[in-house]
Design a protein around this ligand. Structure first.
Ligand code: NAP
Length: 398
C-alpha cells in the first residue's frame, strides 16, 4: 500500500516499501529526461522489492498553463507533506514576481543544505588528466548570503535612502549611482550547514571537511563562517572531528576540519583534487565551486543535486542544469543529472542497494560507449543514442 515517508522522533526517516514521492517533471527537456530517469529508478527499486508511488505535482510552465501560477501552493504543500521529492529543471520566469522557482522552493521549505556530490564515472570524457581523483561532496549553504535577494536598484528611492542611511550611520561613502545588496551570514545558518557536513562525513567515513570562505576580505560574514565552523567542531564533535589548529594538521582517526580561501580553492581543486573530500561553504562560493567541479568530471549533463533540511526531514532532489529549451522534446539530451539526483534520493532514504545498482549500470553503459550526444561528441567510437535509448541501455545493465 502506498504510504507517506514520515520522520521518527529520533530524527530518522520512516520509509515504507511503497513510498509516495512527489515529482515535478520540469520544463523544456524535462519531458525527455524525467521519463527516462523514472524508467531506471523504477527498475532498480523493483529489483530490491520496492515500488515508488510517484505523485505528479506542477510547477513552472506546465503549472502556469493549468493554474495561472508558476509555483502553486498545492505543490509546496505536497513537498512539505511527503518530505521527500524530486524535480526536473524549471524555467525562470523573466519579469515575474518570483526571482527563481528553485530558490523559492528552497526558501519556502527552508532547505538549508544544497548537496552536490562530484565524482567521476569511468569512461566519461573529461578535460583534465586525472578526473578519477575528483571525489568531493559539496555542502553549499542554501538560504543566506547574496542569494537572500536583499537588493535595491540603482537610482530608486530605496537605494537613495539606504545609501544616505549608511553614510549618516557608519560614514560609508557609497557612490550615489550604485545598486546595493546585503549579504547576511548568520551563526545559526552557518553552524547548521557545517553540522550537516560533519555528520555526513562521519556517516560516510569521509576523511576531511574543508570550510571554503573568503574571510580574508569579508571578515564578518565569510570569516565568521570559518570561525563558527571551528567553534562548532570543538563544541559538538570533540570525539569525531578536530580542527586543523587543534591538532597541527594531524587528526589521527578523526575527521580533519580545515579551511581554505575560495579563490585558492578553485585552483587547488584542479591541481590537487585528492586533498579535498567534503566541502562546506557559503552560498555564492558553493555555486561557483559546484559548476567548476562538475566540469572536471564531465559536466553539466550528469551533475546531481539535493536540497535538504536534515532537521525537518525535507529533501527535494533536482537536476542541476537548466531546461535547455533548444533541445526540448527531441529525446536527445542526457538524463544523467536527474537520474543521479534520484540516486542521491535513494541513498538519502536508505535504498543504498538500488542506488549502487544504478551507478554500476550507468558506468557500464558509458564504458560500452553507449551515450547521448553531449558525451558522444567528446568520445571516439561512441554509439550516440537518444535519451530514452540511453535509459533502456542502463536498465538492461542493472
Ligand atoms: P541550460 O538549460 O542548463 O543549458 C545550457 C547548455 O547546457 C545546453 O545548451 C547544453 O549544452 C547543456 N545542457 C543542459 N542540459 C543538458 C542535458 N540534460 N544534457 C546535456 N547537455 C545539457 O542553461 P540555460 O540555457 O542558460 O537556461 C535555460 C533555462 O533554464 C533558463 O530559464 C534558466 O533560468 C533555467 N535554469 C534552471 C535551472 C534549474 O531548474 N535547476 C538551472 C539553471 C537554469 P550544449 O548546447 O553545448 O549541448
Amino acid at each position: 500500500m502506498a504510504e507517506k515517508i514520515t520522520m521518527s522522533p529520533d530524527g530518522s526517516l520512516n520509509v515504507p516499501d511503497e513510498p509516495i514521492i512527489p515529482f515535478i517533471e520540469g520544463d523544456g527537456t524535462g519531458v525527455d529526461i524525467w521519463p527516462a530517469a523514472k524508467l531506471v529508478l523504477d527498475a532498480a527499486a523493483s529489483k530490491h522489492g520496492h515500488t515508488v508511488a510517484w505523485k505528479e505535482v506542477l510547477a513552472g510552465e506546465k503549472a502556469f498553463k493549468e493554474t495561472g501560477e508558476w509555483l502553486p501552493d498545492a505543490t509546496v504543500e505536497a513537498f512539505r507533506d511527503h518530505l521527500i521529492g524530486i524535480k526536473g529543471p524549471l524555467t525562470t520566469p523573466i519579469g515575474g514576481g518570483i526571482r527563481s522557482l528553485n530558490v523559492a522552493l528552497r526558501q519556502l521549505l527552508d532547505l538549508y543544505v544544497c548537496l552536490r556530490p562530484v565524482r567521476w564515472f569511468q569512461g566519461v570524457p573529461s578535460p583534465v588528466r586525472h578526473p578519477e581523483k575528483v571525489d568531493m561532496v559539496i555542502f553549499r549553504e542554501n538560504t543566506e548570503d547574496v542569494y537572500a535577494g536583499l537588493e535595491v536598484q540603482e537610482g530608486t528611492e530605496d537605494a537613495k535612502r539606504l545609501i544616505e542611511f549608511l553614510r549618516a550611520t557608519y560614514g560609508w561613502d557609497i557612490r550615489p549611482d550604485s545598486g546595493v545588496g546585503i549579504k547576511p551570514v548568520s551563526e545559526t545558518g552557518s553552524k547548521r550547514l557545517i553540522r550537516a557536513a560533519i555528520e555526513y562525513a562521519a556517516r560516510r567515513g569521509r576523511k576531511s571537511v574543508t570550510l571554503v570562505h573568503k574571510g580574508n576580505i569579508q571578515k564578518f560574514t565569510e570569516g565568521a563562517f570559518r570561525s563558527w565552523g571551528y567553534e562548532l567542531t570543538r563544541e559538538e564533535f570533540p570525539d569525531v572531528a578536530v580542527g586543523w589548529d587543534d591538532c597541527g594538521g594531524d587528526p589521527g582517526d578523526k575527521i580533519l576540519v580545515k579551511d581554505a580561501i575560495a579563490d585558492i580553492t578553485l585552483q587547488q581543486v584542479l591541481t590537487r583534487p585528492d586533498e579535498f573530500d567534503v566541502i562546506a561553504t557559503t552560498n555564492l562560493n558553493g555555486d561557483y565551486l559546484s559548476d567548476a567541479l562538475a566540469a572536471q568530471v564531465g559536466g553539466i549533463g550528469i551533475a546531481p543535486g539535493g536540497n535538504i533540511n536534515y532537521v525537518t526531514g525535507h529533501g527535494v532532489f533536482e537536476a542541476t542544469h537548466g531546461t535547455a529549451p533548444k533541445y526540448a522534446g527531441q529525446d536527445k539530451v542526457n538524463p544523467g543529472s536527474v537520474l543521479l539526483s534520484g540516486v542521491l534520493m535513494y541513498e538519502h532514504i536508505g535504498w543504498q542497494d538500488a542506488a549502487d545498482d544504478i551507478v554500476r549500470a550507468l558506468e557500464q553503459t558509458i564504458a560500452d560507449k553507449i551515450v547521448t550526444y553531449d558525451f558522444a561528441r567528446l568520445m571516439e567510437g561512441a554509439t550516440q543514442v537518444r535519451t530514452s535509448e540511453f535509459a533502456q541501455a542502463i536498465v538492461e545493465r542493472l
